[in-house]
Design a protein around this ligand. Structure first.
Ligand SMILES: Nc1ncnc2c1ncn2[C@@H]1O[C@H](COP(=O)(O)OP(=O)(O)OP(=O)(O)O)[C@@H](O)[C@H]1O
Ligand SMILES: [Mg+2]
Length: 275
């Protein structure tokens, strides 16, 4: 079984694992932790003179689906990278805790590009997301389960190159989910897909999240996607949270729902600065 991946998570020691290194990962903890809570206290991030995040305070309860929207360059990906420990804040504190209040480790991130290993089959690409030391029969079983979650069980032995863009992104999602993370971070995961595939994938993400119950943080440009999936949407502007909006529409949600359209309008006004 291959043990090298572009899907990232923390080891048991938490924050410092993989910081700033891009693709290195540490083993997932032996026992999945359940959904985690996130607490940001006065988080600042600077890159030289570029003051990207300015004293962000944010409490995300366990199991919440949070979406982050805002103009290009406003710091969405930066904030997400801090949450999963790929980078550190310049100042302030980030705490990720499991249901017992212990510092939680297993966080995963999915990017816009699926970043699959071209020389490994679909099922081996998924098994890469498991912790080290899982016996290969169990790894195959768990990877097959994760593929079933994303409706790709029949592609297990396929090469990634033979899949469509949406299918590849589902493999990336399965790889992120196979270790049952407490936090799933999604950075524009559907950004490269066509409009119809995007809608199908939104429904899939929504269903998987309701079935598995992890905490989710989604970065997206698409306010329609944000209100379709999230319990709560925040707008980032000038390094701060300029709007924090609860989306109370029941699931399953339907595109074209006037209530969702109202939320979308509010978000667009906040992002574009229209009265
Ligand atoms: N590693 C880095 N080194 C220096 N500057 C960085 C780094 N990462 C991000 N930045 C800067 O931080 C700011 C925020 O970038 P970030 O990628 O978080 O934006 P974003 O909101 O995700 O944008 P987009 O919607 O275009 O993806 C930008 O000005 C960017 O140039
Ligand atoms: Mg970004």
């Amino acid at each position: 079984m291959i043990r090298h991946t572009a899907s990232l998570h923390h080891g048991p020691s938490g924050r410092d694992v993989a910081a700033g290194r891009g693709t290195d990962i540490a083993p997932a903890p032996p026992v999945p932790s359940g959904p985690v809570s996130i607490s940001l206290t006065h988080v600042d991030k600077r890159f030289g003179d570029n003051h990207v995040l300015r004293g962000v305070d944010l409490e995300v309860p366990a199991g919440q689906f949070l979406a982050i929207v805002g103009k290009s360059g406003c710091g969405k990906s930066t904030l997400l990278r801090l949450l999963v420990g790929l980078d550190r804040p310049t100042s302030g504190a980030i705490a990720i805790r499991d249901g017992n209040g212990a510092a939680a480790a297993n966080t995963r991130i999915v990017f816009q590009e699926p970043r699959l290993l071209p020389w490994a089959s679909v099922i081996d690409n998924v098994a890469v997301g498991l912790r080290d030391g899982v016996p290969s029969s169990e790894a195959r079983r768990e990877a097959a389960n994760a593929l079933r979650d994303v409706q790709l069980a029949d592609k297990a032995e396929q090469w990634p190159a033979l899949l469509s863009g949406g299918q590849r992104q589902r493999v990336a999602l399965a790889r992120a989910l196979v270790s049952r993370p407490g936090l799933l971070a999604l950075d524009e995961p559907l950004g490269a897909l066509d409009a119809l595939t995007r809608i199908t994938m939104q429904q899939l993400v929504s269903r998987v999240r309701r079935e598995l119950g992890f905490t989710a943080v989604l970065v997206t440009h698409d306010v329609s996607e944000a209100v379709h999936l999230a319990d709560r949407v925040i707008v980032l502007d000038q390094g701060r949270v300029s709007l924090d909006l609860a989306i109370e529409t029941e699931h399953p949600r339907h595109h074209g729902d006037p209530e969702l359209a109202g939320y979308e309008r509010q978000l667009l006004e906040a992002i574009l600065g229209e009265a």
